[in-house]
Design a protein around this ligand. Structure first.
Ligand code: PLP
Length: 410
């Protein structure tokens, strides 16, 4: 008789940790499968996933249409290098249109991870400073927001200015941070060397911080008047997460450059991009920017399928509707809990801010996972973020609420 050895989370994690550089504060489960709203661990336990790979699994895990596109493309053409054109690049038009830049002769620059899109935007802002605005060499400054998150590469951490990165100093110079949500602070910070402002429309990693209504529109106007680039990092807020295709659309505050990522790669491979009007984005001469895998055929096929899924399933509308329901229900069920200070959100980007008397958020996210089998992520010490798949079924929304109520309710 063959006896199958049952895998065990702890044993497997121990074996992995021996050779694997772990730069994350991981929870103690080892996944082996994922589909829709669920992750299954090696012991066969199912977890409701309301993290969705930091919003990247916006249509749920392993969406059939995305899997189909991958299978077809993988068997037809792999990367043929950026020395030649390939048929997949036709998706550029679709992306430009999807992002709202078609009428302005928009163009798209492909990268891989979100951080790389951020790095590309920094380069575009700087080259614009010297070749377009006549700012003195070495003096270009980019304004960003305190408490922001734009990735972990050197440019991205310099942009965020967070002191947790102090052991990587000296940081890339030329960045100045201002308080988030305060458009007057942006106005005051602009000087003759400023070439751009880079903002997240909502600070997701920073604790689901939603700026006052009108903020993006005001920043848009301030940048326009000062003739500096207004750049929005929609890597987490894009593709319907906040109940609009892109978050700037809530206020019609179209940026000069917009950064996308996460769901762009269908939660399968890294695909990111910078998009904007041709006059602005087309400034980098050949040879000064690129990536071996950027704009590869598989990535192009995936983003095409992602846009089709988005449009067929109206993910933005689903996020709006379900987000409003979830926010209201959470308010009813745990709004008066002594552990909860505030519940806020836009679309399906929702944050539960814990009260001063509550313990650190990590304690509750561990409890939610271990006891309730709900995967969510703390953002800082006081906020638990909820980012379920945008097309989540109502019964699973209710299930998640019940789980949260058990841990955070009265
Ligand atoms: C707003 C924002 N920008 C940039 C990034 C970095 O993306 P990546 O992890 O793909 O480099 C993230 C990732 O969470 C993000 O939330």
């Amino acid at each position: 008789m063959i006896v199958l050895k049952k895998m065990n989370n702890q044993k497997l994690i121990k074996a992995i940790e021996k050779y694997f550089v772990n730069t994350y504060h991981r929870q103690e489960i080892a996944a082996k499968k994922a589909a829709g709203s669920f992750i299954e661990d090696v012991e066969g336990n199912l977890y409701l996933d309301w993290l969705c790979n930091y919003s990247a699994a916006a249509a749920g895990h392993c969406h059939p249409k995305i899997i189909k596109a991958i299978k077809e493309q993988a068997g037809t053409m792999d990367a043929v290098s950026n020395v030649v054109y390939h048929t997949g690049l036709q998706v550029a038009e679709k992306i430009v249109d999807f992002c709202g830049y078609k009428t302005q002769q928009g163009k798209v620059l492909f990268m891989n991870s979100g951080s790389e899109a951020v790095e590309a935007a920094i380069k575009i802002a700087r080259i614009t400073a010297y070749t377009g605005k006549g700012i003195a060499r070495n003096k270009a400054e980019i304004i960003s927001a305190k408490n922001s998150f734009h990735g972990r590469t050197p440019g991205a951490i310099a942009l965020s200015g967070d002191s947790i990165y102090k052991n990587f100093e000296p940081h890339l110079p030329g960045f100045r941070q201002i308080p988030f949500g305060d458009s007057e602070a942006l106005k005051k910070a602009i000087n003759k060397n400023t070439c751009a402002a880079v903002l997240e429309p909502i600070q997701a990693e920073g604790g689901v911080n939603i700026p006052p209504s009108g903020y993006l529109r005001e920043c848009r106007e301030i940048c326009k008047n000062a003739e500096i680039l207004f750049i929005l990092d929609e890597i987490q807020t894009g593709f319907g997460r906040t109940g609009a295709k892109f978050c700037w659309q809530h206020e019609n505050a179209q940026p000069d450059l917009m950064l996308g990522g996460k769901f762009a790669g269908g939660n399968q491979i890294p695909v990111s991009f910078v998009v904007g009007p041709k006059d602005i984005i087309d400034i980098i001469p050949s040879g000064l920017h690129g990536s071996t895998y950027g704009a590869n055929p598989l990535g192009c096929a995936i983003i095409k399928a992602v846009i089709e899924v988005f449009e067929e399933e109206k993910l933005d509308q689903q996020a709006k509707k379900t987000g409003e329901y979830l926010l209201k229900k959470l308010e009813e069920e745990i709004g008066d809990s002594p552990l909860v200070k505030e519940i806020r959100g836009k679309g399906l980007l929702i944050g539960i801010e814990l009260s001063a008397k509550a313990k650190k958020a990590r304690k509750y996210t561990e409890e939610l996972l271990q006891k309730e089998h709900l995967l969510v992520k703390e953002r800082g010490d006081k906020v638990i973020a909820l980012t379920p798949q945008l097309n989540i079924q109502r019964d699973l929304v209710n299930k998640g609420i019940e789980k949260i109520k058990k841990v955070l309710g009265k």
